[in-house]
Design a protein. Structure first.
Length: 463
């Protein structure tokens, strides 16, 4: 059955009757069937009746170290017995929060303050608010516009839904706020400046389009640019080398803050602690979440540049009170698990392993490029996006209603691989760092089989 309904009757009935799933077509769920997972082991998930599936997206780019990590469970248990909760409002703190802030700033040269939240949306929302606060406190409240890339994803809270420039997320919730302005993405396969794209002269890839947009709006009105080093949910779009560095240069010329969203890429996904390291870029703020705790407990944060942190602490600036925060900011159990996660990454040399596995992955996905349904295969570290097309020569897309990527993802699920179809025509694969070569190659084989098995859709392509 499409979707692989593999759960006990009680769980299935309860799911359909009461559980509201995010990013799910509930009208179709009775026919496709919920999938109830009862446990995770390493890089695999076990369904209710015992069927095993490879976790092909690390949950949501999150369970980087795999499932069933006793070291992380022990860290959580020990902290639960000592101090299970503490508010960090009003200058109160706990040893895990302090130690984690120290560890993270040691991993991010040029940045020195950490504001903890519960996840990626809160992290990006906080970064945008902190950027606007910065300009208000410098006497420039009109400098409030945030620039965000087409196909960028930054969360689904109030402000971050607007910063997320994926059209599917907007119609159900009213018009996006006007204080976020879109800039074109360095999407070379479908470049707005023309195809084929030559990144060496492309105005988008060279940062010229961003600079023109800032000049059009007026630098005195632009507060910040928020950008992912790799556009994850937008289709695993990998910018050309040097792109992030050029954005930094443009922002510096126009006095615009640079927020680098490392919610997906942070803590090793591309082979370094943070992807912006690859280009030697020091952001004004880095946001993180997901992999910092291996997904075992919600945690995220914003890392502030030395200058922004010093400004926040400057006794000469008034008001110095930060009127922003969340109930679970600096949650001691979450911070303890994050510390254990960082220690495990170091102890097991997982950044080195990501580099080695990335090379194996590049070799494994190469044959996918020969499939007639595949337009492009994109990779950054242990992140792969496979773009499915109706016509390779013209790069024609399938119509949205064909649900090309979703159908292929369901076919993969039936074959033992849990993955995602992004934007209806892109398959993603982002396994845990600990995946074996055998399981990695098997996963890619399943991807290829699933693409081929769902190719005949009897639908007209869209331009």
């Amino acid at each position: 059955m499409v979707g692989g309904r593999v759960s006990s009757p009680d769980h299935l009935a309860g799911d359909l009757a009461h559980l509201v799933h995010p990013l799910t077509d509930h009208s179709q769920l009775p026919s496709t069937g919920p999938l109830v997972i009862v446990r995770g082991e390493g890089c695999e998930l076990v369904a209710a009746e015992g069927r095993r599936l490879i976790d092909g997206c690390s949950g949501l780019w999150t369970v980087n170290l795999g499932h069933g990590r006793n070291d992380l469970v022990k860290a959580a248990g020990a902290q639960l017995q000592t101090l299970p909760y503490l508010s960090t409002f009003g200058g109160v703190s706990s040893p895990p929060a302090i130690e984690l802030a120290e560890r993270i700033t040691a991993l991010t040269p040029g940045l020195s303050g950490v504001f903890f939240v519960s996840g990626g949306s809160e992290a990006n929302e906080s970064a945008i608010k902190l950027a606007r606060r910065h300009w208000i406190h410098r006497g420039m409240p009109q400098k409030s516009i945030v620039l965000a890339h087409d196909r960028g994803y930054h969360g689904l809270s109030g402000v971050t839904t607007t910063a997320t420039r994926l059209r599917a997320y907007h119609p159900d919730f009213g018009d996006p706020a006007p204080d976020v302005v879109e800039v074109p993405a360095p999407y070379t396969y479908r470049c707005e400046a023309g195809v084929p794209c030559d990144p060496a002269v492309c105005p988008i890839c060279q940062g010229d389009a961003l600079e023109r947009k800032i000049e059009e709006i007026g630098p005195d009105r632009v507060a910040a640019l928020i950008v992912e080093p790799v556009f994850g949910s937008g289709g695993v779009i990998v910018p050309p080398a040097g792109y992030l560095r050029r954005l930094r240069e443009v922002c510096d010329r126009h006095d615009v803050l640079l927020i680098v969203d490392e919610v997906i890429t942070g803590f090793g996904r591309t082979g370094t602690w943070f992807a912006c390291e690859d280009e030697g870029v020091v952001a004004d703020m880095i946001t993180f979440a997901k992999g910092v705790t291996n997904g075992y407990i919600p945690l995220g944060g914003v890392v502030l540049s030395d200058a922004l942190w010093d400004e926040l602490r400057d006794p000469g600036r008034r008001p110095g009170y930060l009127m922003h925060g969340f109930t679970h900011s600096g949650h001691p159990v979450a911070c303890a698990v994050a510390l254990a996660t960082i220690e495990a990454i170091e102890r097991e040399d997982l950044l080195v392993q990501v580099g080695e596995s990335s090379e194996l992955l590049a070799d494994a996905v190469a044959p996918l490029r020969d499939l007639p349904e595949v337009g492009e295969v994109r990779q950054a570290g242990l992140m792969v996006g496979v773009e499915l097309v109706a016509d390779r020569e013209t790069r024609q897309r399938w119509p949205v209603e064909a649900e090309r990527g979703r159908r292929a993802a369901y076919a993969a699920r039936d074959r033992g691989l849990l993955t995602r179809g992004l934007l209806d025509d892109i398959l993603c694969f982002a396994p845990p760092f600990t995946i074996s070569e055998q399981m990695l190659r098997l996963s890619v084989e399943i991807l290829g089989e699933s693409i081929a098995a769902t190719g005949d859709l009897h639908a007209e392509p869209r331009v």
